[in-house]
Write a protein that binds this ligand. Structure first.
Ligand code: FEO
Ligand code: CA
Ligand code: CA
Ligand code: CA
Length: 632
């Protein structure tokens, strides 16, 4: 593992330090187990080869078209290990927005040499961009984008080693995270942020929000400051995103637990239910080093034991109304939300697919009771319905298990607040860290990146569910990741049964001649690890972004920097389109309304990207074709 700066830990790095990978892998045993599951591996391995080994009939179209000509209109690029962004010949990039760029003139003095002052830190583009969506509103082009976390070492004065020294330091960190809504426009000189646009808005760790849905008002959501349990402050660790058919933005709270701590060393005095919840969601007295709890009592769970329950939700934001109050939807469950992929079922019901990104946690689906009518009321469409969790069977079928008082023995509000425990109660399948889910606009199917799981096959999840090797999670100590996809029965996203297969198992075919070499659509020329961000474009190609080991050594030799690839869901072909600067994760992807520009997020870059000197700055870039053709 590369050297890690403890002041600037990503969530993955924090996790690896606290739960290091085993030193020894018993590869013989792993291969034996995987081969015994050749029923489905055969299907996945057949991609790109035209081989006849198929797990089920569902992949026959893949076989027939495996030799079809490439749909990719570019020459794939090689790996890189430098501190630049690379795209294929015929394409160009520009930087659109960087951490610290003023969104309003009042923040023009914001200065990054010292991490920037607290004044104005809620009027600049935040740090560590992640999920984003574009909106076209009355001729205005808007981007809503998440700021997942901060590098404390670069945001606080150098001598403090990334530790807040006062409440002002904490406020600055809180301001630089959350969400940005901004207007952008394309000029002859390229794309730019429209400074002082009335749409520009920062939503931070302190912005007032409402809690709605079946759990709103429950005693577990009540605090001294908000005895109603319906008025929360702030959205935390905003990771992936989603977009509703009615034009609102969904931001997903992932590793919210890391911001909380306790000024009492013991939490033994809390009721058992609370202790179980804290344990399952990873709350600990020290937090992850943000130290909010030492300066802002709201984050001290010895003082405010229910405040953590008010985070870990999906939050809806109207990007067209800067005065609107963001809404936390309890109906979508509480866990470490990655993204929220909204699909309209043929019958008009709203289906939301959601992953819980932690080792051995679950995949969820929400189905609304009501139906969406364009122009009609959307109230309740993200709250009144049923939350399901996925069970994958080794025979390549699966079911969505309803989380109800009858199936779980929990009351509805508890099911939503402690969704992980509800999932365990019904026997959900432990997954290899579900990251983004994306639905194919041209077929009734959805894909989920399972980024990696260093403890697959060796231990249990935080709830005690053993992470045994299983169908879509077939490799012990899985360091490369895979993408699972499912096709609902009857071509109906509200169906509670489905077929599944693996679209790709990442691996290193230069190092391994076994399951760790990946599926047949992984080659020396396109290999990657840890798929994470993912989005289908309007043509039905699937774009895959990585957040993996970019050491380019050992098991990761030949993979280079984190990257963005594009996949053909029909043939299985995958090609490398973009490489990011060393140290970065490529995450977040959206298109301009004319589809001639693609917006891509570069999170936690290394070196001094993109300025060439000074601090590295998380940024959004624009990718265009030189002939101004369509890019998705
Ligand atoms: Fe924030 Fe699971 O990535
Ligand atoms: Ca990240
Ligand atoms: Ca992610
Ligand atoms: Ca990740």
């Amino acid at each position: 593992m590369k050297d890690i700066d403890p002041r600037n830990l990503t969530a993955d790095e924090w996790d690896e330090l606290n739960f290091p990978r085993p030193d020894v892998n018993d590869f013989d045993q792993v291969v034996e187990r995987a081969i015994s599951r050749r029923g489905f591996l055969g299907g996945a391995l057949a991609f790109g080869s035209g081989a006849a080994v198929m797990g089920t009939g569902m992949l026959s179209s893949t076989s027939a078209q495996a030799q079809a000509a490439s749909r990719f209109p570019f020459t794939p690029i090689g790996i890189q290990t430098d501190f630049e962004v690379h795209v294929p010949q015929g394409y160009s990039t520009q930087v659109l927005a960087r951490w610290g760029d003023p969104l309003m003139s009042a923040a023009d003095g914001y200065d990054l040499t010292d991490g920037g002052p607290v004044d104005g830190s809620d009027m600049v583009f935040g740090e560590n961009t992640d999920g984003m969506e574009t909106f076209s509103f009355r001729g205005h082009e808007l981007i809503a984008i998440n700021h997942e976390y901060t590098n404390r070492g670069t945001n606080l004065p150098a001598g403090q080693e990334g530790t807040p020294a006062d409440a002002g330091d904490v406020l600055k960190l809180q301001n630089l995270q959350g969400v940005t809504v901004m207007e952008v426009r394309e000029t002859d000189a390229g794309w730019e942020v429209v400074k002082d646009s009335p749409f520009n808005r920062r939503i931070t760790h302190n912005t007032p929000m409402t809690l709605v849905g079946p759990a709103a008002g429950h005693e577990l959501l009540q605090t001294e400051a908000d005895p109603t349990g319906t008025a929360a402050l702030g959205t935390l660790n905003n990771c992936g995103s989603g977009k509703t058919p009615w034009g609102t933005y969904l931001t997903c709270e992932e590793n919210f637990n890391g911001y909380f701590g306790s000024t009492e060393s013991s939490i033994d005095q809390k009721p058992v239910a609370l202790e179980n919840g804290y344990a399952r969601y990873g709350l600990g007295a020290d937090g992850w080093g943000y130290d909010y709890h030492k300066w802002d009592a709201r984050f001290d769970f010895s003082v405010n034991p229910n405040e953590p329950h008010r985070h870990g939700w999906v939050v809806e934001i109207d990007p067209t109304d800067p005065t609107s109050t963001p809404v936390k939807h309890t109906g979508l469950g509480r866990f470490k939300h990655e993204n929220a992929e909204v699909v309209l079922a043929a019958n008009g019901r709203v289906v939301v697919y959601m992953g819980d990104d932690e080792r051995g946690e679950f995949l969820y689906k929400f189905v609304s009771n009501g139906t969406y009518q364009p122009g009609g009321s959307t109230e309740g469409l993200l709250d009144d319905g049923t939350l399901y969790v996925a069970r994958f069977n080794d025979d390549m079928t699966g079911e969505w298990l309803a989380l109800t008082p009858e199936t779980t023995g929990m009351e509805l509000a508890e099911i939503l607040i402690f969704s992980r425990m509800a999932g365990s109660a019904v026997g959900a399948t432990t997954m290899d860290r579900p990251e983004w889910i994306s639905a194919n606009p041209h077929a009734v199917e959805a894909y989920c990146c399972l980024t990696n799981n260093s403890r697959r096959g060796t231990s249990a999840n935080a709830g005690g569910d053993e992470m045994v090797v299983n169908g879509p999670n077939p490799r012990e100590t899985n360091e490369y990741g895979q993408i699972v996809r499912w096709r609902p029965h009857n071509d109906d996203h509200t169906s509670d049964t489905f077929d599944w297969d693996l679209y790709v198992m990442a691996g290193n075919p230069d190092v391994y001649n076994n399951v760790y070499g990946g599926t047949a659509n992984v080659t020396s020329g396109n290999m990657f690890n840890s798929p994470d961000g993912m989005a289908f474009d309007s043509t039905g190609l699937v774009w895959i972004q990585t957040d993996g080991d970019d050491s380019n050594e050992g098991d990761f030799a030949g993979m280079g920097n984190n990257q963005m690839l594009v996949g053909d869901p029909v043939t299985g072909e995958i090609a490398r389109f973009l490489t990011g600067p060393n140290g970065c994760e490529v995450t977040g992807l959206a298109w301009s309304s004319d589809r001639r520009s693609m917006f891509v997020g570069i999170q936690h870059p290394g070196g001094s990207w993109p300025d060439g000197s000074g601090l590295p700055r998380s940024s959004v870039i624009v990718v265009k074709r030189d002939d101004n053709g369509l890019v998705g």
